[in-house]
Every structure is written in C-alpha cells, then in structure tokens.
Design a protein around this ligand. Sequence first.
Ligand code: ZN
Length: 346
Amino acid sequence: MKMKRGDAPKTRAPKSVPYVRHGALTRKSRRDREQWARCLKDIVNRPLRTIINLLKKDGVLPERHGVACPHCQRSTLGPLKDFGAKGGGWAHMCKGRDCKRRVLPHAFHPIFRVGTGKSHAGLGDQAAILFCAVSGCTQTTVRYLLKKNHKLAESIYKSLYDARAKYVRQEEKNIRFGEDVEWPGVEADEVDVAKGEGPIRKRDWAPLAKKWLKQRKVILHTDGARSYKLRVDGVVHDWVVHMKKRVKVNGKYAWVKPAFTKVRYHDIADNGCSNKKKRIWVKCGTQIIDRVWGGLRRHLGPNRKVNSRALANKVRSFQWCYWNKGEDLWAQTGNMLTALFQQQHE
Ligand SMILES: [Zn+2]
C-alpha cells in the first residue's frame, strides 16, 4: 500500500474539512438540557412493591417469576409475594415441593446487597443511592441527601464501578476499528492517572497497535511522541506537534497542550486497484482524547493507588460514562444490568 502525507498549503483543500472521528462528527454535550425518564422522587419514600416494579421495568432488577430457582436449579420461582416482616418481606418462592426457598428480588445482584446487620439497608435505600451515583453525586453528597452511613454508599459505588468495568470489558471485544466506515480517524494518546508512570514506550504501544489497528485501514491521529511513529500495516499515521504552554490555573502554573489542528490529505491506494488513488482530507489533532482526560481525572477523584484493580475498574467505569455521554444514564444502567443478568444465566 502506497501512501503520501501532504500538507494543506501545497494543494487546494476543500473549503471546510470537518473534525470527524470514527465516521462521526464531533458534537457538544448539553447536560443543562438533558432530561431523564426517572428522578429521585420516583424512588424515595415509595412502598417497596412500587419500587421493585419500577426497578424491574427499568431493567435494574431482573424478572424472577418463572425462572429457574438458583438454589435447587430444578423448579421455577413463583410470583412476587409479601411474606410479611417475619417471613422476609417481598420475595419469590420456589415452586419445588422439597425446596420452597424464598429468593429476594435483589438476590445475586451485581450492585445490591441482601443481608442483615448494622450497615445493611433495604432495597429502596440502595436504589436511591444507586440513582445518586449514576447521576454523578459524590459519595459525600449522597450521605447528606439520604442520611445513610458511608459504608453503604461506598459499597454501592464500588459495585457500580465493578459492574461497568465488567460490561465494558465484554463490549470491547466487539469493537473493530474501521468496520463501519472507510478510513476512519482514530486518536491515540496516553495519560498518567497515578504517580510513577512515565510516557508511553514503543514496547508498550506496539502490542496495542497490533491488537487494535493492524490491517484495520484507519487514520491514526496522535501527538508528536516518538513511540507512535511505529509503522503498522493498514494504518496511516498523522501527528501534530503540540508546543506545550505554561499557563496559570487557580494560582498554579501548569504545562498544557494547546488545542491544535491541521488540515492534511492522504492519497491512499487500495490493494487490487493500485492505479486508482483516493484522496482523503482530514483534520489532524487529538482534541477529542485531550478533552477526555479531564473528565477521567474528575471521575477518578484524588485518591488513586497505582496498579490497583479498583483504579482499573474506575477507569473502565469512566469509559462507560463516556460511551453513554448525553444519554439517559439511568435507562442505560438498566440496559447494562439487563445484559449482565443475561450473562449470569449463560
Ligand atoms: Zn428451588
């Protein structure tokens, strides 16, 4: 495959070259105009039955009526029934004559906990905390809003990050760059999320480039870091050199990459029709990924342990939020949990 990397001034560029990545134009997120189908009012101070029905409808709880009993694996569970305070409240009873065990609507749930004890809370309280977590409240804010102890909030937040991480790792297996559009733009960059990490090295980048980009027919946009200049088959590389600027933020000096784009073209000859070349105009730069890092740092918060599983899951959790930017996050949480419930049964 032959390719040529050209700068705009030497040849006439189209009037405007839009910033396109993965075949999609960049769009601004308008959080101030978003509305979700649910609000906290729908979940707090409601009868438990109402909350259970709502959570089932939203996909946050699985439907248990008619599914195999998790205890005996032989019979199916009956409808949701109130067994009274002494009988454990709302539950599904196994129809098996020698089983008859009761299964709570939120048993074996990736986020909710069943149990008793001092720090335990009912399903309604747990659902309210989850709603706050999904809508972006900090754990401290949740304590003020719902007057619950910090252990409970901590456990729900952690389970939410873990559930998102599991989902993202699953979904990532289906990502194939260059599948939907021809020669899409892909950005790569690295970020320090914890102390003790240096810039990316060629030996870190090589396996990633091979796994995700080799033969995918993509245009890779990076900064000028040397590691990215590795030649990869099926990848056209474009980079912009960021001159770092020293700016004062909140009284402190920091080095930042300035927003920087450049219009270039690539003459791409596909194998099989080597005489015919296609000219693709692109706007170079790593603006999207540069902006993502700020959001990631906010999501991770100040306390980060290097190489911990919790940190890795929180990074994945941010990835989930990024994928669902501008969406009804509660509805998307329901979709995610429903997908995870289905995996449990496979
Ligand atoms: Zn059973």
